[in-house]
Design a protein. Sequence first.
Length: 94
Amino acid sequence: MTARAAADLRRLFHSINGSDSLAARHWFNGLEAAILGLSEFPARHPATPENPTLRHLLYPSQSYVYRIIFTLDEANSLVKVLHIRHGSQKPLRR
C-alpha cells in the first residue's frame, strides 16, 4: 500500500467516525478485508476507465461506492494499492 492509499484510509476512517460508531467500524473493517483480499485473484478486477494499466475494486457494490485503485505485477505476484477514492469523485487524471 502506498503512503497515499494509507492516508486515504486514515482520512476515510475519521470521516465516517469509525472510532465512535460500531456500524462505521464494521463497514470500515469490511473495506480493509476487501483490500487484503486483493491478494487472491486480483486479476479478476477490471481495468479503470481512465487507465488500462490500473485496476480497481469497487466496495461495496451499493450507492456509496469506494474505488480501491491498484496495480498488479503478475510476474512478481504483487498488488500495490495506490489510492482509495469515493465513487462520486472525478475520474483520475493521467
